[in-house]
Design a protein around this ligand. Structure first.
Ligand code: PRT
Ligand code: ZN
Length: 283
């Protein structure tokens, strides 16, 4: 039987979440930092641990069938791969930033200026799309210190909290690209049954992360108001309680409007609300 290969980052910001996601998919493997390949004992899959920069090309060239990598790296390497699933972690933005004291009003103020970046391909395309002529200075790391050293007038770098910009006296000046970790695959292999199975497992884990399982008690007289607040996967499950006139309602609530929904449920008469994490949702 065929064995798939999935490439994930060996160490760095995406490693832990990538390993966690695959383990939550029920895949059993060792996460030895010293090894390059780890076989999965209960699925025909091998995990390749690589530097993130190499992952898109490995997938494009068929050395790996799948990869987990930031969109920023995919765009910069300009590979031709299939986007199979956005994974919701490793979120960041590639931003232009300038020194706090710089008085730039619009992108056109970057004309004739030098911009330091580790993302020359993405930046070149962005500048061309916006009709800006700047000089791109490619630097492999610590881009944020280059204006202070007099090496550039601006930078184009990844930002998540903004702390690094702030501590280097820089301010964001515009978004170039929003990025998150994505599952990529080789073009043309999207219908492979093993790949489909793996994507379905990943989706069930992602769906579970986005929702909470909620059980609450309510007087029957208020049940319709509670039901109106709960779309659920189908409708909520309603179970009678030992106490006459009361029921328990079981449902799932999306994480994103969780606290708002809980307040509405309480206001509609919900009591004894119990909230539990969900491991997987298979539909
Ligand atoms: O060794 P390898 O080549 O595999 O790793 P790497 O050092 O090239 O990458 P790594 O581990 O730093 O990042 C991997 C991926 O994580 C990136 O390609 C992005 O897709 C994603 N990611 C998410 C980030 C950040 N957030 C991030 N904040 N990558 C880098 N940063 C940098 C940012 O540029 C800044 O310098 O982290 C610093 C802190 O950011 P702030 O804004 O929180 O201060
Ligand atoms: Zn890298």
């Amino acid at each position: 039987m065929k064995t798939l290969k999935i490439a994930i980052q060996k160490s760095g910001r995406l490693n832990e979440k990538s390993v966690e996601l695959l383990k939550n998919c029920g895949l059993n493997f060792e996460n030895y930092k010293s090894s390059l390949i780890s076989p999965v004992s209960n699925f025909p899959l091998e995990i390749l641990f690589l530097r993130d920069d190499d992952i898109p090309e490995y997938v494009q060239d068929g050395i790996a069938d799948l990869g987990i990598v930031g969109e920023n790296v995919i765009c910069e390497t300009e590979v031709d791969v299939a986007y199979l699933q956005r994974l919701g972690f490793g979120k960041c933005s590639l931003k232009l930033a300038v020194p706090n004291q710089a008085n730039y009003q619009s992108l056109s103020d970057l004309n004739g200026k030098a911009i330091a970046t580790s993302y020359p391909s993405i930046l070149k395309k962005f500048l061309a799309d916006n009709n800006i002529q700047s000089e791109i200075r490619t630097i492999s790391g610590s881009v944020e210190i280059s204006p202070g050293l007099g090496l550039s007038d601006a930078i184009c770098d990844l930002v998540s909290t903004g702390g690094t910009l702030k501590s280097n006296g820089l301010k964001a000046f515009g978004d170039v690209l929003h990025s998150e970790a994505v599952l990529i695959g080789r073009k043309g292999e999207e219908n492979d049954p093993l790949i489909i199975e793996l994507i379905q497992r990943i989706q069930s884990v992602l769906r579970a992360k986005e929702t909470k399982y909620v059980v609450l008690n309510v007087e029957k007289a208020h049940l319709d108001e509670i039901k109106a607040l709960l779309p659920g996967i189908k409708s909520p499950t309603v179970v009678p309680l030992a106490e006459e006139g009361w029921v328990a309602v079981h449902t799932v609530i999306p994480e994103k409007d969780f606290w708002g929904k809980i307040s509405q449920l309480k206001a509609a008469g919900a009591q004894g609300i119990v909230v539990m994490p969900i491991e997987k949702i298979i539909i």
